[in-house]
Design a protein around this ligand. Structure first.
Ligand code: NAP
Length: 478
């Protein structure tokens, strides 16, 4: 039984819900206490009470606790990664990569505690010293999705805490254990009571309580556009500071001058690894006419070699969809694709052979001949489905890439430096890659999208401090 964590105590009473292994749905990964609105209120009250002392603690001292939590996660590295594979379905090597990233994020922001840069500039006036101090904002609500169940809680918790805020974390119900393990590490590292609070349970039930909680000053959310918009509307009524990272429909442009083999590899990697359940996954490949047929054939050949199965087993490339509802969404979009653009070039089925029958496995699916107007070229599917569109040339490819409301990540495969720079300046997305997969970012630079994919300051890197802190500007005559 995994309890909630409120005011430094593990609360293990109350109704529970289970998370199950999507590769083997008979296996219960954990039973979690189902938080209530009253738990959210208690967590926010504890966070409010803890704020004065935590915000007055020095940055380096706060950093020491984050370093300790990172060391504890490192010590538990193997089991935390295995928990992630069991609850989310991504392969064990992918889970290990994510846990390593969460540890690195904690260390990165722990170091930030010794910097927390303010501003010092010369005054126009004689003998006036002017500067701006960075200060925390107060109690912050953090709402996270299931697809990066360790890294996303880490990249919200670590900057929030190092800036001196106190938090209430609501993890995704499909994968709460990975976030729980981070909170466990913070507890063992000696985080003072009330500074971090964790309440698992249904977002639909807890979301309203969180945005209305007394003392709350800000909300950072990662998840779907629909829930993000709802939160934005409700948080704005109270003038809460808000940060939203939401969906994408990310393009990879493949030009005829690209290094062909690496372009194929990058597109297949970005479309299918982690079962396509990455916000930065490529779901549209936009391929120049001159190489279109050859590219489709090569992507299909490569995709057919991907091994789908339980991510705990060695040699598996693609795990299951995270749960039944996500799998049904993917299968529904595949049916829409069939109706709109014909049989997929490969894949297109749920896999139920042998042990796969116990999980939510879908074949990696490639649709060729997709037109811009087709639903699978416009809507986020969040699964292993790739739509390949044809472009007459670079200009047409840029137009297609930008002609959607999303703007999370965008990629180009080309050996032409001018085209690469044209792309960099004109692509309407917050995260760009050149000759790399569209997914696969690091934590040292700002992360986030543009257009309907995101709202508010960026996450990660030095930019993360802008959301989790404010300035106090001082003019001093001496
Ligand atoms: P989701 O359904 O929007 O859920 C995200 C979180 O919001 C979960 O913790 C969920 O709780 C909670 N929630 C649900 N209803 C709520 C409400 N009314 N008020 C407050 N919170 C509520 O998204 P998801 O299915 O977990 O994640 C997939 C989506 O996340 C995709 O669209 C993907 O693109 C996006 N994503 C974006 C980024 C990015 O950085 N841009 C990164 C990763 C994922 P429950 O789990 O209990 O429902």
């Amino acid at each position: 039984m995994f309890g909630n964590y409120i005011n430094g105590e593990w609360i293990s009473t109350g109704a529970t819900f289970e998370n199950r292994n999507p590769a083997n749905i008979g296996e219960v990964v954990g039973a979690f206490v189902k938080g209530t609105a009253a738990d959210i209120d208690a967590a926010a009250a504890a966070a409010s009470a803890a704020f004065p002392a935590w915000s007055a603690t020095s940055g380096p001292a706060r950093g020491n606790i984050l370093y300790k939590a990172a060391d504890i996660l490192d010590k538990n590295f193997e089991s935390v990664a295995a928990d992630m594979t069991r609850e989310e379905g991504k392969t064990l090597p992918e889970a290990k990569g994510e846990v390593r990233r969460a540890i690195n994020i904690f260390r990165y922001f722990a170091g930030e505690g010794s910097r927390l840069p303010g501003m010092l500039v010369p005054s126009e006036r004689d003998r006036v010293h002017m500067f701006a101090l960075r200060k925390p904002i107060g109690v912050v609500g953090l709402i996270t999705p299931w697809n990066f169940p360790s890294a996303i809680p880490a990249w919200k918790l670590a900057p929030a805490l190092i800036c001196g805020n106190t938090v209430v974390l609501k993890p995704a119900s499909a994968a709460p254990l990975s976030a729980w393990r981070i909170v466990e590490a913070l507890h063992q590292a000696g985080i003072p009571k009330g500074v971090v609070n964790f309440v698992a349970g249904s977002g639909g039930e807890l979301g309203g309580a969180l945005v209305n909680a007394a003392g709350l000053k800000a909300v950072s959310f990662t998840g779907s556009c629909e829930i993000g918009s709802w939160l934005h509307a409700h948080a704005s009524r109270r003038h809460l500071r808000i940060q939203l990272e939401m969906g994408g429909k990310n393009p990879t442009i493949v030009l005829a001058d690209a290094d062909f083999n690496s372009a194929v590899e990058n597109v297949v990697n970005a479309a299918f690894f982690s079962t396509g359940q990455k916000c930065t996954a490529t779901s549209r490949a936009i391929v120049e006419d001159a190489i279109y047929d050859k590219f489709v054939a090569a992507v299909v050949e490569r995709t057919r070699k991907l091994k789908v199965g339980d991510g705990m087993q060695p040699g598996i490339d693609i795990g299951p969809c995270v749960d039944q509802s996500q799998m049904e969404t993917v299968l529904r979009y595949i049916e829409i694709g069939r109706k709109e653009c014909g049989e997929p070039a490969c894949g297109g089925r749920r896999l139920t052979e042998g042990a796969l029958a116990n999980g939510y496995f879908v074949e990696p699916t490639v649709f060729a001949g997709v037109a811009e107007a087709h639903t699978i070229a416009r809507e986020e599917i969040f699964g292993p489905v790739l739509a390949i569109l044809r472009a007459s040339g670079f200009e047409d490819a840029m137009r297609i890439a930008n002609a959607i409301p999303f703007g999370l990540s965008s990629s180009i495969q080309t050996t032409n430096l001018s085209r690469a720079f044209e792309f960099i300046y004109r692509a309407e997305a917050g995260l760009l890659t050149v000759n790399l997969p569209s997914a696969g970012v690091e934590y040292q630079l700002p992360f986030g999208g543009t257009k309907d994919s995101s709202f508010g300051p960026k996450e990660q890197g030095p930019a993360a401090l802008e959301f989790y802190s404010d300035y106090k500007t001082v003019y001093l005559k001496y």
